[in-house]
Structure formats: structure tokens, C-alpha cells
Design a protein around this ligand. Structure first.
Ligand SMILES: *[C@@H]1O[C@H](CO)[C@@H](O)[C@H](O)[C@H]1NC(C)=O
Ligand SMILES: *[C@@H]1O[C@H](CO)[C@@H](O)[C@H](O)[C@H]1NC(C)=O
Ligand SMILES: *[C@@H]1O[C@H](CO)[C@@H](O)[C@H](O)[C@H]1NC(C)=O
Length: 835
């Protein structure tokens, strides 16, 4: 106990410090899978999985997809299948693979891991081929695989589909970084194909130490070079650091580079890179002692010239109990400087690593062959002197790490599991270019982040893949304004922006989406392009809605109020569906603004809802909610509440049978409700049991909140016994009734059950069938509510017998989930989480 206490305190302190730093950026909009149906196009084929190797071809008109044992050519836009190749590992190879002890379910297939354009008529493709990697060519016009000339894929493609790999074709030469043997113990960075003999890294732990390769980039640095410099290929990976001897296990991120003209040495470093250098990529929050070592992905953003190239690294770390993800940006110039700076070396005597401070041989080890070399009689790396090469072999690591601008991550997110990213420079209507990050997560979401001068703004989060699958690849087609995401089960195509989701000028401008702007003429949010750009309203920098006219503060009674009748003594929760996660709810009661400190109301900020405890006659009246964001108000909700005297339990009996079509509605909604109710019920029942155990005298209390009912009648998808499951008892017909369209659910008879399917439409299927009258109340039972419908709105009454009123926090969490609202509220200090 005593020993763990300091640990707990420390952990609490860590968590608190994370809180303080506010690394929980809230995406302005949350778009669940169901709302993306019309926007996202999807492709998958039965029996094919792992759609992870994506390459664009023919000016973004074609998307080539390498999957498990198949390659596809899809037309972008409609995302239609144009051609397919089946490329299976033969049965005898699979058998060999299994005999060597590999898993027949996961390992012994041909996973396509490399697919790039080779020349104008061919693609080059590599697959793991049941742990015996093979490569070959695909002829593009006929989309056929050359099955006669399989090349050995060793070093070009991993054996193990689970291992990191990167590769790139430059002028017919394949640069690849992978594990070079069956056991996965020999890491290598290789150059293959093309006119030169193959080149590779020295097999030394100081060169590569258990690396996890994530990306590579070609930068044509010979263009306009005043020094006659060479083109370079950069590799990005994580590895176990040797130089940090006090923290022997530490994983660090690296950038390594080789020169395109490298031919290896004549005696020393024969057929090995003479220009291999690596440096640490630093991504850290120094004041929190938080260092990111695990590099997940890299995106290379080309600039106007190669000098403006930027690399964006995506990192993950675990900090206490929390996953933290970060994006760090690196400028090419800073990477170049690290490679031109001092080397690191191991000092035998001191047994530690430090900066090399003695004389460096000339020509400088690891440098590309430049004009200076040629003037000094060194025309290629083959002519480099041995002392230069020996030094290069022993000193692959640079002393200085590469730091991101301002030494900080561009984006930090707590509780996130970022897996892939793509970056685009978008020109906004203000004439400035903004960096937009598209970030995929481990559970199938896509975040869209805008880099503002002083901070990051998360425009939205989209649930691209329903079944919580990781986003395993992201490819941008900037000209077509499309983004492709690959996962285990499918490829998805999304537009860079769906402006039609913004229904008002304020919403459109507040989105700060550089791809969208409001058209006052069309009264719609449109893509920010085309000839009438000058007529469109957009303010990416300040999100000033001042030019939106008319400023629609509170349109009078636009929608009919939701009528609610509650019994005195009940607790009433009025949710406010806000236009954005960044908005706050503001309430007015009978036309007067409600201050948060009002004695009898309570804002429930996590729910963006208003809680009326122990409703009395004075609470009757109209309640309006406004969604307020950056000082702009939009009407969101309108309730007419009537409080009637009497115990809550008798409400149903008094309520008139007002809507005959309601039976259908309620029945249809029942399935959907039951899911939610099950959750609420379980927590309430647990509480109740505790109370009962205490033998407390039950005092009835009721919490009422309105819900949205689905519009269709009983859909089989949500019908009882299909979508829901529970280990509890069956639906008991006595546990529900709707004399007035109210539904009673008794928690002891948990929701979501097969059986007599009572909540489906009345037996003869006629809507408006008279409904059974309510059974008598059992006073000892806990009544979980009634769902009343009025058009598509209803409410649930949670009625519970308990000594105390329900734990507000418990309910809040469940309700928040039901209402699909985020734990919102930008913490006071967005600056902390920004640039
Ligand atoms: C994999 O092996 C198991 C047991 O050896 C066998 O039952 C199963 O059918 C095999 N699966 C495939 C896909 O070959
Ligand atoms: C492209 O490369 C393939 C494979 O080496 C070769 O057969 C083909 O002729 C090349 N095509 C062109 C247009 O060079
Ligand atoms: C609520 O009640 C008012 C007056 O009783 C009525 O005009 C209105 O249509 C009702 N609203 C709904 C949504 O039923």
C-alpha cells in the first residue's frame, strides 16, 4: 500500500499535467458511419482482404490496389472495378510455408506489398508469396501479370506481411527498406533493378538496429544545385537506439538518406552504401518529458521547389495510462543540416556515445559526389579513399537530431491512436495556402485538421470504416479532390470536403474548411472553387461570421415546440442538439436568458443539456436552446414543458390517446431504444440492487429526457431479438404498454429480447390499432420510463425507486452516448495543443 501510493500520486500528477496541457482537441463535427453513405464510395471483393497497397495512376484517373492475393484497377470517381488480377501463392508454396511453422490463417498467403509505376507501360509489383517474396511486372494496357518472369523479391518486399516495409522506384531503380531473410533478423536498405549492380547497407547494429520501416521519399536535390549536388533518397523508420545507453530499450525515430549516384566503395564498402547517414527525428514535449519514438507513418509534402519539401511524421507514445499521438513536421533544410553537422561516435574508453570532435577525413565521409569532388579527382564513390570510407562505415549516425520548427509537435492528441496521414496544401479564398492534415486512426476514423498560424483546428472526424478497423493506407488525389483509405476489408473513397453538410452560412464559415465557402446567391455551402469564387464567403483564419446576412439570431418559432408533460417531482433533462462540438448551449426560459446559476436548473455541460430537478408548476413554460459558437447563435431546440401535479407513476393513465399512428412508431423505435435502455438499465439496476440490499425505503424519483425516435416503423435490423442481445429474461408483454404512445420498460425484464416480439406492429399490421391498456403498477418495481412520441420526437422517462436520486454522473455518461454528443467544450487553453 505504502509502496504503491507514491506511484499513484505520480500517475495522477502525470494525468493532471496532460489535462493542463489540454491535448484533447475536439473535432468541430463528428460524422458517424451512417451519415457518410452518400459521400463515401467503397470497393471490396468477396474473399479478398487487406486492401493496403494503394497507388494512383494515369493522372489520378486510376487507383491500383494491392490486396491479399489480388491486384485491382479501379476508376477513381465512381470507384468502379476496371480490371482485376488474381495472384495467389501456389498451393505447394503455402504448404512449405506452413511446414516452416508459419500460420496458415495469416502468414501463408501472397500479400501485395509493393505496387508502383515502373515505366509508361508497366507497373512493378511485389508480394510476400507465402513467405518467399516475389516481384514481377504488370502490363498496364491489358492489366495482366507477367507470370513467366517472377523475380526474387528478397530485399524488395518483406517475408512477413506484418513487418514494416517501404520502397520507391526512381528512374527504373528500386530503393527498398525491409527485412531481408525468412527470420526477419536482417534489416537492409537496398537498391535493385536498373543499370547498376545492387547496393545495400552494411549489416551492423550501428547502421540498422531492429528497425521498423515506415516511409521513403525521393528529393531531386541536383536541380539548380550550386554545388553540383546529387539527388537523394530518404528513409524513415524507428529503431532501438544504441546511443542512449542509460535507456537501453528506447525506440527512436530516424531519418536516413543515401545519394542516388552512390556506387559503393572499391575495397572498403564494396557494393555497400558509402553515403548512408542517419539522424534522430526528435518529436517531444520537453516540459512534460514526453518523447515520441514510435514512428507510425510519414508523408512527404513537395513544395514549389525541392528546397520547400516538408516531411510530416506521425508518432505514437504511451504516457502513463494514456495513448498519445503526435504529428511533427520537419523541413528538408533542417534534415540536410543534421547530415552536414558533426557525427556521433562510440568512445571505447568512456563506454558511451558522444559527439565526434576530432578531425574528419577529406573528402567528407557520407557526402554525395559533388562538383568539388569532381574537381578534386573523385568522379564517383568508387574513387573515394579508404580512410573516408572506413570513417563512414563506423559513423553512420549524426550527432544532432532533426527538430521540428519551434521544437514542438504540430498536433498532439491524447487518447488517440493515429495510424496514417496525408497532407495537402489548400488555397483558401483569402489567397493563402493552408496545410490540411488527413489522419487515419486505429479504429477506422479520419480526422481532418487545419494548421492555423497559431494553432490547429480540427474541422471534423469521419467514421470511414464501421467495424473499427485500422486505416492502413491513405492516398491523396489533389487534382480530383479525393482521398482514398485502405483497410483490411475495403477501400473507401472520400471527397476532401463535403460542403453540403453545412446548412447555414454561419455553420459553413465556422467550419474553416478551406475547401468550402458559402454562396449567398445559392444559399448553400459550396466547394470553394470555380469562376464565382469572389462571390463566396469564407474566413479560414478568423471564422468571422459577420458577413453572413441576415444574422439569424433566433428565428421565431421556426419549428413547432416539442411538447412535454411531466409529473411534479420528476427530474427533467432537456438536451440541446448543437450544430457543432465546439458550440455551447444557451438556454432561455419563457423568453428570458437562463443563467447557469439559476437555483432550480442545472447546466449539464457534458450533455449540453438542461437538467430540471424536481419539477414543479413554476417550471412550466417554453424552453429554447441556442447553439452558440464564437458569439454566433443558432436556434437549436424548442420545448414546451407542462408540469402536472401528482406522482409520476400515474401519468400514463391520465394521458389521452392522442396519436393513433403512434403504435407503429413506438414499436419501430423500440429496438433502437432497447440498446440504450439496456445500458442505462444495467447501471440503474445495479444501483437499485445496492439500495434494496440496504433495505432502504424506496422513494420514487423520475428522470425524464426526450429522445429522437427513428422514423420508419419496425425495421428488422433493430427488431427485438435481432440487433439486441442480453442474458436477461424475455420481453414480458406486461412490461410495456402505450395507452398514450408511452412505452414502459421494466429493467428487471431487461430490454432487447427475442420471444413474443411484442413491440413489433400490432398483429394485424394496421397502424392505429387500439392498444392494450396499462397493467397495474407494481409499486416495488423500478419503472424505466416511457417513450412518448410526437412526430419523430419522444422522451424517455426513467422512473426509479431509490433512496436517493440517481447518480447524476453515471446517467450523464449513458445519456451523452445516446445523444451522440461529444465530451465537448474546448478547454480554455487551445494554445497549449498547438504549434
Ligand atoms: C489451417 O490449419 C488448421 C489446423 O492445422 C486447419 O484446421 C485449417 O483448415 C487450416 N486452414 C486453412 C485455411 O488452410
Ligand atoms: C517497360 O518495362 C518492361 C519490363 O522491363 C519492358 O518490357 C517494356 O518494354 C518497358 N516499356 C517501355 C515503354 O519502355
Ligand atoms: C404542442 O402543443 C401545441 C399547442 O397545444 C400545438 O400547437 C403543437 O402542434 C404541439 N406540438 C407538437 C410537436 O405536437
Amino acid at each position: 500500500m505504502d509502496a504503491t501510493l507514491p506511484g499513484l500520486v505520480l500517475l495522477a500528477a502525470l494525468v493532471l499535467s496532460l489535462d493542463a496541457a489540454s491535448w484533447s482537441l475536439v473535432p468541430r463535427k463528428t460524422i458517424p458511419y451512417s451519415e457518410l453513405k452518400e459521400v463515401v464510395k467503397r470497393f471490396s471483393k468477396a474473399d479478398v482482404s487487406h486492401y493496403v497497397t494503394l497507388t494512383l495512376g494515369e493522372a489520378e484517373a486510376i487507383l491500383y490496389v494491392g490486396a491479399r492475393e489480388a491486384v485491382f484497377a479501379l476508376a477513381t470517381g465512381p470507384l468502379e472495378l476496371k480490371a482485376a488480377i488474381s495472384w495467389e501463392a501456389p498451393a505447394e508454396k503455402k504448404l512449405e510455408c506452413i511446414q516452416k511453422g508459419k500460420n496458415n490463417q495469416t502468414d501463408c498467403f501472397n500479400y501485395v506489398r509493393f505496387l508502383q509505376s515502373y515505366n509508361s507501360s508497366h507497373l512493378y509489383v511485389c508480394g510476400t508469396f507465402a513467405f518467399q517474396p516475389k516481384c514481377t511486372y504488370i502490363e498496364v494496357p491489358s492489366f495482366s501479370l507477367n507470370r513467366l518472369a517472377f523475380e526474387d523479391g528478397k530485399g524488395k518486399c518483406p517475408y512477413d506481411p506484418a513487418k514494416g516495409h517501404t520502397g520507391l522506384l526512381v528512374d527504373g531503380e528500386l530503393y527498398s527498406a525491409t527485412l531481408n531473410n525468412f527470420l526477419g533478423t536482417e534489416p537492409v536498405i537496398l537498391r535493385n533493378l536498373g543499370p547498376h549492380y545492387s547496393m545495400k547497407t552494411e549489416y551492423l547494429a550501428s547502421w540498422l538496429n531492429e528497425p521498423h520501416f515506415v516511409g521513403s521519399a525521393f528529393v531531386p536535390e541536383s536541380q539548380d544545385s550550386s554545388t553540383g549536388d546529387d539527388d537523394k533518397v530518404y528513409f524513415f523508420f524507428s529503431e532501438r537506439a544504441l546511443e542512449l545507453d542509460c535507456e537501453a530499450e528506447r525506440v527512436v525515430a530516424r531519418v536516413a538518406r543515401v545519394c542516388k549516384g552512390d556506387m559503393g566503395g572499391a575495397r572498403t564498402l564494396q557494393k555497400k552504401w558509402t553515403t548512408f547517414l542517419k539522424a534522430r527525428l526528435a518529436c517531444a514535449v520537453p516540459e512534460q518529458q514526453l518523447h515520441f519514438g514510435r514512428l507510425q507513418a510519414v508523408f512527404t509534402l513537395a513544395g514549389a521547389t525541392w528546397r520547400d519539401t516538408a516531411f510530416f511524421g506521425l508518432f505514437q507514445a504511451r504516457w502513463g495510462d494514456v495513448d498519445v499521438s503526435a504529428v511533427c513536421q520537419y523541413q528538408l533544410e533542417d534534415v540536410r543540416q543534421a547530415f552536414e553537422g558533426p557525427y556521433k561516435e562510440y568512445r571505447e574508453q568512456a563506454q558511451k556515445w558522444g559527439r565526434y570532435s576530432d578531425q574528419v577525413p577529406s573528402p567528407r565521409p557520407g557526402a554525395c559526389i559533388t562538383a568539388w569532388h569532381r574537381q578534386n579527382g573523385v568522379a564517383s564513390s568508387l574513387e573515394l579513399p579508404d580512410n573516408t570510407l572506413n570513417f563512414a562505415k563506423k559513423h553512420p549516425l549524426m550527432d544532432q537530431p532533426v527538430l521540428p520548427p519551434r521544437g514542438r509537435p504540430l498536433l498532439l492528441q491524447r487518447g488517440a491512436n493515429f495510424t496514417r496521414l496525408a497532407v495537402h496544401r489548400a488555397w483558401a479564398l483569402d489567397g493563402a495556402a493552408y496545410t490540411v492534415l488527413f489522419i487515419g486512426t486505429g479504429d477506422g476514423w479520419l480526422h481532418k485538421a487545419l494548421v492555423l498560424p497559431s494553432r490547429i483546428h480540427l474541422v471534423e472526424e469521419l467514421q470511414v470504416f464501421a467495424s473499427a478497423q485500422a486505416v492502413e493506407s491513405l492516398v491523396l488525389a489533389p487534382r480530383k479532390r479525393l482521398l482514398f483509405a485502405g483497410s483490411r476489408s475495403q477501400v473507401a473513397q472520400l471527397p476532401l470536403a463535403d460542403c453540403s453538410k453545412y446548412h447555414s452560412c454561419a455553420d459553413c464559415v465556422l467550419a474553416r474548411d478551406p475547401y468550402c465557402a458559402w454562396s449567398p446567391n445559392a444559399s448553400r455551402c459550396l466547394p470553394a472553387e470555380g469562376p464565382d469564387r469572389s462571390l463566396l464567403l469564407q474566413d479560414v483564419l478568423n471564422a468571422d461570421t459577420g458577413r453572413c446576412s441576415p444574422p439569424r439570431a433566433a428565428p421565431p418559432a421556426k419549428a413547432a415546440p416539442k411538447n412535454m408533460t411531466v409529473a411534479a417531482g420528476a427530474d427533467l433533462l432537456l438536451p440541446c442538439r448543437l450544430t457543432s462540438n465546439l458550440a455551447r448551449a444557451r438556454w432561455a426560459f419563457n423568453g428570458r436568458e437562463l443563467a447557469a446559476e439559476h437555483a432550480w436548473v442545472r447546466y449539464a455541460p457534458h450533455l449540453q443539456a438542461l437538467l430540471l430537478r424536481e419539477a414543479g408548476p413554476q417550471h412550466s413554460g417554453t424552453y429554447r436552446c441556442f447553439s452558440e459558437e464564437q458569439g454566433t447563435r443558432l436556434a437549436a431546440e424548442h420545448y414546451a414543458v407542462q408540469v402536472v401535479p401528482g406522482p409520476a407513476g400515474t401519468l400514463e393513465a391520465r394521458a389521452p390517446v392522442e396519436s393513433l399512428g403512434l403504435g407503429w412508431l413506438v414499436a419501430g423505435a423500440l429496438g433502437a431504444l432497447c440498446l440504450v435502455l439496456l445500458l442505462v438499465t444495467l447501471s440503474l439496476r445495479r444501483r437499485l440492487r445496492e439500495e434494496m440490499a440496504k433495505g432502504a425505503k424506496a422513494v420514487e424519483s423520475t428522470l425524464v429526457y426526450p429522445i429522437e425516435l427513428p422514423k420508419e416503423p419496425a425495421s428488422p435490423k433493430f427488431g427485438p431479438g435481432t440487433a439486441c442481445d442480453s442474458d436477461e429474461k424475455l420481453w414480458d408483454p406486461a412490461s410495456y404498454y402505450y395507452s398514450d404512445g408511452s412505452l414502459k420498460i421494466v429493467p428487471g425484464h431487461a430490454a432487447c429480447q427475442p420471444g413474443p416480439a411484442p413491440p413489433s406492429p400490432p398483429a394485424n399490421g394496421i397502424p392505429g390499432q387500439p392498444l392494450p391498456s396499462p397493467p397495474p403498477h407494481s409499486p416495488n418495481r423500478l419503472h424505466l420510463g416511457s417513450a412518448r412520441g410526437s412526430s419523430s420526437n419522444g422522451y424517455i422517462r426513467l422512473q426509479l425507486g431509490a433512496e436517493e436520486r440517481p447518480g447524476y454522473a453515471d446517467l450523464a455518461e449513458e445519456l451523452r452516448r445516446k445523444l451522440q454528443q461529444r465530451q465537448a467544450l474546448p478547454d480554455s487553453n487551445p494554445e497549449e495543443s498547438s504549434v
